[in-house]
Design a protein around this ligand. Sequence first.
Ligand SMILES: *[C@@H]1O[C@H](CO)[C@@H](O)[C@H](O)[C@H]1NC(C)=O
Ligand SMILES: *[C@@H]1O[C@H](CO)[C@@H](O)[C@H](O)[C@H]1NC(C)=O
Ligand SMILES: *[C@@H]1O[C@H](CO)[C@@H](O)[C@H](O)[C@H]1NC(C)=O
Ligand SMILES: *[C@@H]1O[C@H](CO)[C@@H](O)[C@H](O)[C@H]1NC(C)=O
Ligand SMILES: *[C@@H]1O[C@H](CO)[C@@H](O)[C@H](O)[C@H]1NC(C)=O
Ligand SMILES: *[C@@H]1O[C@H](CO)[C@@H](O)[C@H](O)[C@H]1NC(C)=O
Ligand SMILES: *[C@@H]1O[C@H](CO)[C@@H](O)[C@H](O)[C@H]1NC(C)=O
Ligand SMILES: *[C@@H]1O[C@H](CO)[C@@H](O)[C@H](O)[C@H]1NC(C)=O
Length: 493
Amino acid sequence: MGRPINSVTRLRVTQLLLLSISTLYTTTWAQNKNTTATQELLSGFTATPDSSISSFQPLLTDSTGSFSLGFLRVNRTQLALSVIHVPSSDPLWVANVTPSARWSRSTRFTFNGSLVISDPSMGVFWSTNTDGDRVSLLNTSNLQIQKLSDPPTVVWQSFYFPTNALVENQNFTSTMSLVSSNGIYSMRLGDDFIGLYAEFNRDTDQIYWKHKALQAKADIVQGQGPIYARVNSNGYLGMYQTGNTPVDVQAFNSFQRPTAGFLLVRLEPDGNLKGYYWDGSKWVLDYQAIQNECELPSPCGSYGLCRPGDGCACIDNRTEYNSGGCSPAVSGDFCGGGEAQNAFSVLRRKGVELPYKELMGFETMSSEEQCEKSCEMNCSCWGAVYNNASGFCYSVDYPIQTLVGVGDETKVGYFKVRKGAGNKEEVGFGVGVGLVGGAVVVSVGLVGFGGYMFWKRKRGIRRFSEEEEGGVCPGPYKDLGSASFRSIELSNR
Ligand SMILES: *[C@@H]1O[C@H](CO)[C@@H](O)[C@H](O)[C@H]1NC(C)=O
Ligand SMILES: *[C@@H]1O[C@H](CO)[C@@H](O)[C@H](O)[C@H]1NC(C)=O
Ligand SMILES: *[C@@H]1O[C@H](CO)[C@@H](O)[C@H](O)[C@H]1NC(C)=O
Ligand SMILES: *[C@@H]1O[C@H](CO)[C@@H](O)[C@H](O)[C@H]1NC(C)=O
Ligand SMILES: *[C@@H]1O[C@H](CO)[C@@H](O)[C@H](O)[C@H]1NC(C)=O
Ligand SMILES: *[C@@H]1O[C@H](CO)[C@@H](O)[C@H](O)[C@H]1NC(C)=O
Ligand SMILES: *[C@@H]1O[C@H](CO)[C@@H](O)[C@H](O)[C@H]1NC(C)=O
Ligand SMILES: *[C@@H]1O[C@H](CO)[C@@H](O)[C@H](O)[C@H]1NC(C)=O
């Protein structure tokens, strides 16, 4: 009879041990959560990342509980300071911290008049350089540092430093830019238009989409100041100059339909500008600047060929298009450097066109040979597309991206392909990205996210089409939601 009793006792001891371990764990966890969610931060506030949190550590919430400022864990080891939309867990704003901070006990987030991210051994990574008294997160998702004068004044706000998204009622001015998470695409305002630009190479800034104000309801008046843009709650992206009468309206699907949903536009990693509203459980696609996939700046990647209605192929018909694209990423030009580095072979293809040729410069030339020659001789030229009918010669001064396949065989492309140098090239590219990184990547903290998007983008057009046609719950949001972000629990829910 001794043995069974003994066994049971042992079991109870084990249970007790397990119970106390789990209680201990729960308590620690609850304490961590409690120290984190408040509605304002006052001078003296300090927080450090909690090693047990795998995705988001809230620090400050708005009065409605819809938005939260906190530490976003990126690529496992990096820390980004971000304002997220709580129901979806999607980041709306990310502080441009360079170099990116680490998710480690030594990283410190403080408010002493300025919001500061620092590390005792590495110094200050990021600071708002302000002299405020209070930090609060408004119910619009705007993070503000206020001075408690009478009346209180705003000394800094996140709305002035947008990341890749513009939320409802956030003013986008000519001094701001939206940058896609992969750092390649940006949105800026011109005198009378909204422009989308691609940085396919250092120091090149190719416009690929331009929407000019129609000036239907109001005119742009010279000398009355620059225009600005804003997502209006009535379901449109408006351009304004003065007052509240838009000089242009780009209507969303939900235009003037009363939607309870929170609206935003976001510059996606594929270069498209998309509008969404939150229907309570998911993001619903409400607007997209570029309708057809082949009109995107590079839907099939480097040296790809987008065939309307027929997906991706490669410019070089001997190469099969696959998830890895047609060519490894290249950068730079054929100027300077050694002879080996400047060597190239030539690829030609008939029936191709640049996706945004209306926005590209061209020269009129009398023959295809002349057009090719002008590119061949020019070390900053990567390729040229000649239209035999019009005589237009478009030269491309960045590594070849995706061309559009057209039936018209008189449109001929000439493309340089960098020779050999295999590994050396990749190293060069890595360094290049590193150098440019500070300037173009809006947040190094988002590099992981960008990498993920890049990987996703490379999975090809088929998937892209599926998402487009669904019209609901587009990829990035959906995938972010299900992958790393769904596991987040926020204490204010
Ligand atoms: C959280 O902490 C505050 C003080 O910082 C305390 O008043 C409150 O009771 C705590 N809440 C919980 C649930 O422990
Ligand atoms: C992110 O993580 C991946 C693999 O985990 C790594 O290859 C990549 O270099 C990381 N990116 C950065 C910017 O640290
Ligand atoms: C706040 O902290 C930062 C970083 O430690 C420091 O550079 C700055 O001078 C401090 N500001 C004030 C007002 O103490
Ligand atoms: C947001 O805050 C403003 C004032 O700060 C208030 O008028 C408005 O009703 C609030 N909106 C929501 C949805 O709580
Ligand atoms: C946006 O600009 C308009 C017009 O200048 C102004 O009335 C409004 O307060 C601004 N909104 C924000 C959130 O700054
Ligand atoms: C590939 O292109 C070349 C030159 O345009 C052409 O001669 C050849 O027939 C093509 N091959 C295939 C398989 O389409
Ligand atoms: C290109 O245009 C020239 C003159 O306009 C014409 O002679 C030639 O046949 C055309 N070439 C092609 C391939 O259409
Ligand atoms: C070489 O090409 C670049 C980019 O296409 C262009 O800006 C430049 O003017 C060209 N140089 C000459 C000498 O044609």
